[in-house]
Design a protein around this ligand. Structure first.
Ligand code: ADP
Length: 448
């Protein structure tokens, strides 16, 4: 059975079942119809015998047969014998060649030559020791002939029916399995081409195959996202870490080669430390992005009060609290992952203080506007020129690395945007160079 396809196996199973069922049904019908035929002939025989006996009488040793007595009635031969079993009246069928002893009242089947006969004998008495035998004789039903329709059904209609059932079953199964073939070929095409952007793309439907295809497609999508994120992480990490590693390597080689003064050595060490911190920040940011990209950093959505969360995040800051103010309306509720939103606010605060200058003030305000909740992080810092305002959301984009404290990597705002989009929200920016910037997070409000 191993070498047969599932389609063939199911078709064979259905065909075998149909054959078994048909044979059982036919045998049952044949046996029922045989019994019915035999019983019908028996009752016809006994009825004819009763009628015939009623038209015979014996008076003073003389047998009286009514006028118009039928010796051959309804396929039944009526024979009258004397007590010595000599035929008095009636015509024995030519094929009935045997001498069958008489048995009063018994209906039985006897074989004569190739034929079967049904016989019924009745003793018609005349006094103590006289009388006549009346015998009813008919050919027993020819089952095969009488069940002609059944025969036709068994040998012609039934094989045709089984053939049709098998073909029908095969066609239906083949049609039902078509999506599976599509799934298999799509999956192997994706595998062979190693191109994860392929999809099975079965039309949506309630059946098992559509659901299987949809699951495969979403699995391919996750795999694709995961591979892309991994590739991007590897590319970014190797590209971005190259500079700090080169600086550290250069500084170490220089320190090894030349006799440095204690001051120079201190400067080298603090440079190495700065680059190490930068590398560690960069790795942390890259990993965050990769996890968000891959979806491995699963968001735990729950009802969050954006006002309470913002107050909490601002309260935990090491920045001069006098320069940081936070205002919020009550019940600004959203469905969100509080740790991701905290990271988003943290990034905006870091930027605000980084690019705001020494004396800048940062104002965080939380409010509900229509169907939206907004968190605004506003500073009165250096601002961003109009040309740059679109670009700053790109990965690794920095307006001018020298503008901040040199710790930037260009990933902070990309992460901010990624987190906002993960929450079905978006970011806007209002910024005027020299006046300040206002970064606003927009999230759909939770219905109360
Ligand atoms: P970085 O690590 O360089 O800060 P970000 O993605 O956070 O990267 O920011 C991208 C660029 O946008 C920064 O290089 C900076 O020039 C600019 N920027 C971000 N926030 C502000 C801000 N509040 N004020 C002025 N410029 C900003």
């Amino acid at each position: 059975m191993k070498r047969f396809s599932v389609k063939t196996k199911i078709t064979m199973w259905i065909t075998v079942l149909t054959i078994v069922l048909a044979v059982l049904l036919s045998v049952f019908m044949l046996s029922v119809s045989n019994t019915v035929f035999l019983e019908t002939v028996k009752s016809r025989l006994s009825q004819t015998m009763i009628n015939s006996i009623g038209r015979l009488s014996i008076n003073d040793g003389r047998l009286n047969i009514e006028a118009g007595f039928n010796f051959y009635d309804n396929g039944i031969s009526i024979l009258i014998y004397n007590k010595n079993e000599a035929l008095l009246a009636g015509q024995i069928p030519v094929a009935f060649t045997i001498e069958e002893p008489f048995e009063n009242g018994m209906t039985r089947i006897v074989n004569a030559d190739a034929n079967e006969y049904l016989i019924m004998d009745i003793w018609l008495p005349d006094g103590w020791d006289n009388g006549v035998w009346v015998r009813g004789l008919t050919e027993s039903p020819d089952y095969v002939q009488t069940s002609g329709n059944l025969r036709f059904m068994l040998f012609t209609a039934l094989p045709g029916f089984i053939f049709l059932a098998a073909i029908g079953a095969y066609l239906i199964i083949r049609k039902a399995f078509k999506p599976l073939n599509k799934i298999t070929s799509a999956a192997s095409a994706i595998n062979e081409a190693r191109d994860l952007s392929g999809r099975i793309g079965l039309p949506e439907g309630g059946d098992e195959f559509s659901r299987l295809a949809a699951s495969f497609d979403s699995m391919f999508e996750r795999l694709e996202r995961s591979f892309e994120a991994e590739k991007r992480f590897t590319d970014d990490a190797s590209h971005e870490l190259r500079t700090p590693v080169a600086i550290i390597k250069g500084a170490c080689e220089y320190a090894e080669k030349y006799d440095e003064t204690p001051e120079e050595r201190k400067e080298t060490i603090s440079m190495i430390h700065r680059q190490a911190v930068k590398m560690s920040d960069l790795i942390y940011q890259l990993l965050s992005m990769a996890r968000l990209d891959q979806g491995t950093e699963r968001a735990h959505f729950e009802q969050v009060d954006l006002g309470e969360l913002s107050v909490l995040v601002c309260g935990e800051q090491n920045y001069d609290q006098a320069r940081l103010s936070v205002r919020s309306e009550e019940n600004v509720l959203v469905k969100a992952d509080s740790s991701l939103i905290s990271r988003l606010i943290q990034n905006l605060l870091d930027n605000a203080f980084k690019y705001g200058g020494k004396d800048c003030c940062v104002d965080v305000s939380v409010k509900k506007v229509g169907e939206e909740c907004q968190v605004s992080v506003k500073d009165d810092g250096i601002g961003i020129s109009y040309d740059e305002q679109e670009k700053i959301w790109q990965r690794f984009y920095q307006v001018d690395a020298s503008r901040g404290d040199g710790s930037g990597s260009g990933l902070g705002l990309a992460i901010v945007r990624q987190i906002a989009e993960l929450h079905s929200g978006y970011m806007t920016l209002e910024s005027i160079p020299g006046i300040g910037s206002d970064f606003i997070l927009h999230l759909p409000a939770e219905k109360i």
